[in-house]
Structures are given as structure tokens and as C-alpha cells.
Design a protein around this ligand. Sequence first.
Ligand code: MN
Length: 487
Amino acid sequence: MKHEFWFVVGTQYLYGTDVLEIVKTRAQEMAEKLSAVLPYPLVFKTLVKTNEEATDIVREANYHKECAGIVTWCHTFSPSKMWINGFASLQKPYCHLATQYNKEIPDEEIDMDFMNLNQAAHGDREHGFIAARLRMPRKIIAGHWEDEKVRERLGRWMRTAVGVSVSKEMKVMRFGDNMREVAVTEGDKVEVQKKLGWQVNTWAVGDLVKVFNAVTEEEIDELVAEYERLYDIATDNTASIRYQAKEEIAIRKMLDAEGCRAFTDTFQDLYGLKQLPGLATQHLMSLGYGFGGEGDWKVSAMMAVMKTMGENGCGASAFMEDYTYHFTGDDGYSLGAHMLEVCPSLAAGRPRIETHHLGIGMNEDDPARIVFEGKEGPAIVVSLIDMGGRLRLIVQDIEAVKPILPMPNLPVARVMWKAKPSLTVGVECWITAGGAHHTVLSYDVTAEMMKDFAEMMDIEYVHIGEDTTQEKLEEELMIKDIIWKLR
Ligand code: MN
């Protein structure tokens, strides 16, 4: 679906109609110039001068499918009681852009007329008060609208708001249930649908097998040609690659038929399939479908949402699992992977397809999988957990590195990183917060975006970064526990 944002500018009649004309012309110019550089269009909608105008534009935004949020700004003073009725019913993400048309104060030119026209510093405070008074979730971005940093932040906020829009329509297809006895992959699907919009439902593996059996050789040829274009083939076992292609085609057909953008499977329930989907799942993930192993529908949906929040609406976000540590002195590294399913959007170079034995699960054949090293750079890992009565979103800053060991016998894609603030404190904090072993690892979604997402969705947010200490985190969690119980 296409997405756009609405630019709504506050003003009033006090300064005369000439001023209103100037405000409108400038607002149009700003919206056009910003639209040219932002990831989504910013459409100038209206000058709000009355209670009715504010209320009408919010009503329209609420019911407009493509409108993913509103951006407001007050060129002049806009008495904000006129915004109360509208804001009280706003259901879309909201950003207050605290900016002004001119960048600098013109020394010679400035007089009282200039002051009356260019008083955003004044108007934006009145506008900010009413949102604070109404306890509205909002993003505030201050700075000149032509400033690169302001544009980047507004762009990231837009991507986050689009994530919200996608989240509210997210459908997850589950093949089989959660892995037996696992706690952290469980959760209240009704609460999650209420808060995040996710529709999580199950389909039988037998249904998938039926679709699988109907896949034609021509369809498989076409997908294998796509694999050859994207990856190096490092195996003679073409039968296994073709088997995975057949699985991918069947899964995709079922997902698309139901409008699902995310799915799960479990190695404990492959009845009628000879291989756990590996390559199949990895290639689907690279196309933007979310995935969670062992029935983990929370991580699957979160991944699909975060993919859309990334570059070009299909970024470098992927299902990940903390596997093992490399303790070196005071610090060290985490090694992340999965038994097969790591998204090639994380790859540093051209990935290759290999086939290996997989002991876990009911595999009759050696499943084909994509193998690669993850790229270097700052990233985050994200875990959504159900605390009973509320959802907690945990985000940790990490620094991904080129894996410091070749690990030639490890038959899966691997990512290595340094956790913030350090491996041991990072692990202690992660465990204290209850973070899962499954995460979404992302190179292009930031912690600030996840904080905004949590605020837009009204869920708890916990951030572990450079300045986090165990003591501070425990105190924060204790306070949040009380706050969330009161809500
Ligand atoms: Mn797992």
C-alpha cells in the first residue's frame, strides 16, 4: 500500500488575510521541497484557524487509509484550545515539527510585521502545551526544515509511522505451534492484536503439503534461476535446492492468498515435508516476509514490521538468535545465527548456497541453506516479550563486526557483535529485562525509531545502550512495573 503524511499548519485570523496567504504559500513550498527528499510524501492539507477545521482534518486523517500520520507546525500563533477536540480523537501518529520558514533573523529587515508573521517560536509553544496537557503520544523535532539532520529525523519518524500502519494490518501464518515447553515465545495473542493489530492464526502443515505437491517443475526452474542470480551455488545437491524452492513457492502462495506478511514453522512439526525450510525461508525473508523459528510469531511479525521501517521499505532487519559467546578479557563477542534461517539482507558479501545434515527435527534430507558472514556496523537487537498484562519492547545497541574467526565447520550464516555497554554488562541487563534468545537484528532501524514505535503503540520500552548500568536498569524496571500496573 502507498503511504503519505499530512502537513497541517496552525495559524489564526488575527494577522489578516494577507498573512494567511503567505503562510499557505510557504507551507506548500515546504511540503513540496520536503517531499522531494523524504522517504514518503508530505502533503500540505490545510491551515487550521478554527476548532472545526482542526476536528475535520483529524477525522479525515483517521479514516484515510494511505495517511500514515500527521505533521503539524505553527507558522504564527495558533491559540490551541481550537485543537483540543481534534487532538482528542486523533488515532494516527503525530509529529510536531517545531521549525520556522526563515533560517536566520534578518538584521536590517526585522520589524514588528516580520515578528507577527514569523513567530513559530511563540506559536509552537502554545501548540506544544496542548499536546502535553492532553498527554498525547507525539514526536517533537526542532530545527530548521532545510537542515539535513532535521530531514533525516523526520524521515526516520515517517518510516516508524509506516511501521505502525503495517503493524495494524499484520497477519501472521503459523505452521504448527510453538516449540514444546518454550516460555518466551508464548504470549497473549488477543492483547497483541489489541495493541499492535497483529492477526495471528494457524494453518495445518498438511495444507502446506497439499499446495507443495501441486507446485510445477517450471515454477521451480524459475525460482532456482533467481537463486543462481543472487547466490553462489556451493553444492552438487541440486535436488535439495529444488526441494527448498518448491517449499518456498508453496509457502508464498499460502501467505499471499491470505494476505499474510509473516509466518512461523517449527522443526517439531514437519509432517509430510522432508526438509525444514531453510533456503526457502531465507529467500522469503529477503523479500520482506517476517519469520520466526520454533513457532515464534512475535519475532516474526516484529521482523516484518521492522523490514518495512528500513531502507526502501525492505531493509536489513532479520530474525536472529543469540547462540554462543567469545569471552576475551573484560569484553567479548556474541555469535548469532540460527539453525538455518538467517536473512541474506545481513550479508557482507555474496552469499552461497550449501547443503548439510541437520540433526534437529524431522529432516529426511540435508536442507539447502544460504551461508554468509554478517556485515559490520552499528546495529540493534530487539525483543518483544509478554510480561503478563503488558508487552515490553527491549532494544539493545550493538556493534556488529566481521567475525573474528573463520569457523569453517559452522554450516550456517553467522553474525558477530559486541553488545553495549559491554558483553557481560549487556548480557546481565538483557537477562534482567527478560529479553528473549530470539531477536530482530537491524542495521537500518535505530533505537530512537523503536522508542517512537513503542510510544505510538503504547507499550513498554526498555533500552540498553552505552550508558546503561545494571543498577540503573533495575531501578527503571521497578518503576515501570508500578507505572504499568496503574495504567
Ligand atoms: Mn531458535
